[in-house]
Design a protein around this ligand. Structure first.
Ligand SMILES: Nc1ncnc2c1ncn2[C@@H]1O[C@H](COP(=O)(O)OP(=O)(O)O)[C@@H](O)[C@H]1O
Ligand SMILES: [Mg+2]
Length: 490
């Protein structure tokens, strides 16, 4: 231990204007920033949360109002302080915060003026504003008692308790926008639509269990559940407790697109689309942090897109899971990675099955065995495909061959051409490199050599030179893959 009393000290206070500008660079998206503000409302026990905006071009403001417990003057000033709580402190199990920064960093990532007006039950409403221009000018960590519009005062007085967070001068979103510019408005509305989708997803469990209602411009936001739990064709897997039961995983394989309506399928794709939304969904205290991410354990592939896995962690594991300020990163502890990988492996396998088969054929009738035409099988570590000799079509063609061989061969070729299992081949090739075998790899290659030899003898018989005969053969697939036989056929 250092004996601090032995040493001189000097203050090294953060420089206000540069520090506060640095907060702007944490890299929140608008939707993540709004979600972080809503986290505070939920932690404050809000039942209703209203996200509102007023389109005024570059003067557009956005507010988040809640009917939570609110704050008195001291509490509000404390809340406005960067680092208002120690990240190492224990938090109530319902608290969605961590670093004591979200309100400030999320707001400054979007705007230059953050005003908060708040009212605690039996208190008068209080308000304070962080104005980055003022901080820049004075170089001081000082709030101003400023409210951009009086109407927020009237609004808060209608609540017993609650808080309104107001963003003004939203330069990251509407800088240089003119209020009459239709295109700019369209762009802005599109972004708000994205925000809505994000909130519907991130807070879906709160919205579903009725604990919280979120409104965007007074329209109720409806929950978006990633797992389609109400669809009968969805396969839910048993949940598995990890990390001494503190973490729970539960996998789902979503229905094949042929099993649900077009509209439901479209809705299920979520904010980022079917392919992007596959993977783990990590919830911290029921709030979604990460939506569709294989955590570096697998790659996202089209044929795994029906796999989505719910992972629940408590906020007491924040440090171990490396939750970041934006609450958009989570990394499982090393000890868990193998377990998550094993669990996810099962879900992914089933997801591929559903993706491959269910859309192609009707379900086999009960009591009737399904007869494939193609069978995939492994020789060594490579995949091959063979035609099922017992398929009735093959048996029929065989019979036909004695009376009309030409027609039988043509029919056989047609069936092969039309039914090549391209999807299955593609999946194998995409899942592991070099998964597919080459012709006659790992088996007796005599039939190839024999065919080459017969052709060679025929060409020589027709008067071709050795060189000419070989060059003809070399240009015929698949003989070109077997140049080493050239030495043996002469
Ligand atoms: N809407 C709100 N209602 C009541 N209290 C709030 C609200 N927003 C913020 N606070 C208070 O301000 C504190 C700081 O918020 P924030 O900067 O987001 O950090 P954190 O959420 O990590 O604590 C919160 O812990 C809470 O005490
Ligand atoms: Mg917070």
């Amino acid at each position: 231990m250092i004996d601090y009393s032995k040493y001189d000290t000097t203050p090294a206070v953060p420089e206000a204007s540069s520090m506060i500008e640095t907060f702007r660079a944490i890299g929140y998206s608008i939707e993540a920033a709004v979600a972080d503000i809503i986290d505070n409302s939920i932690s404050a026990g809000a039942k209703n949360i209203w996200v509102s905006f007023d389109w005024l071009g570059s003067q557009t403001w956005l507010s988040v109002k809640d009917d939570g417990c609110g704050m008195n003057n001291n509490e509000l000033v404390q809340a406005m302080r960067p680092g208002s709580k120690n990240p190492l402190d224990d938090r109530s199990i319902k608290d969605l915060g961590r670093f004591g920064l979200g309100l400030k960093t999320a707001s400054f990532s979007q705007c230059r003026k953050l005003s908060v007006i708040s009212k605690k039950d039996n208190f008068k409403a209080v308000y304070w504003t962080w104005d980055l221009d003022f901080v820049n000018e004075t170089g001081k960590w000082e709030l101003i008692r400023y409210l951009p519009e009086n109407k927020f005062g009237t609004e808060i007085d209608k609540l017993n308790s609650g808080t309104i967070v107001i963003w003004n001068d939203i330069d990251r979103l509407v800088k240089n926008f003119h209020s009459e510019d239709k295109k700019a408005l369209e762009k802005f509305l599109l972004i708000m639509e994205q925000v809505k989708k994000h909130l519907a997803m991130v807070f879906h469990r709160f919205l579903e269990n009725g604990k919280v209602k979120i409104y965007l411009q007074d329209r109720l936001v409806e929950a978006w559940n990633p797992f389609l739990i109400h669809e009968s064709a969805t396969q839910g897997f048993p949940d598995e407790p990890l990390q001494n039961g503190k973490v729970t995983v539960k996998g789902y394989v979503l229905p094949h697109r042929s099993k649900i309506s077009e509209e439901k399928y479209k809705n299920a794709e979520g904010p980022k689309g079917w392919n992007e939304q596959q993977g783990f969904y990590i919830y911290r205290n029921e709030r979604l942090l990460l939506a569709g991410d294989w955590l570096g354990l697998f790659r996202k592939e089209e044929h795994y897109k029906l796999a989505r896995i719910q992972v629940d962690i408590p906020n007491s594991l924040d440090a171990e899971w490396q939750i970041d300020i934006k609450k958009s990163v989570a990394r499982p502890p090393l000890v868990l990675r193998d377990q998550l990988k094993a669990y996810a492996g099962q879900i992914r396998n089933q997801a591929v099955e559903v993706y491959r088969h269910k859309g192609k054929s009707v379900r086999p009738l009960p009591g009737q065995k399904f007869v494939p035409l193609w069978i995939d099988h492994k020789r060594g570590d490579k995949w091959f495909y063979k035609i099922n000799r017992e398929n009735p079509i093959i048996e029929k063609i065989k019979k036909q061959a004695s009376s009309d061989p030409d027609k039988a061969v043509e029919l056989l070729i047609r069936f092969i051409e039309e039914t090549i299992p391209t999807k299955s081949i593609y999946i194998k090739e995409a899942s592991e490199e070099d998964a597919l075998g080459k012709p006659f790899e790992g088996v007796d290659q005599e039939p190839i050599r024999k065919a080459m030899k017969q052709m060679y003898d025929k060409l020589i018989g027709e008067g071709k030179s050795d060189e000419k005969a070989k060059s003809i053969i070399f240009n015929i697939e698949p003989f070109n893959l077997f140049p080493h036989f050239f030495d043996f056929i002469t």
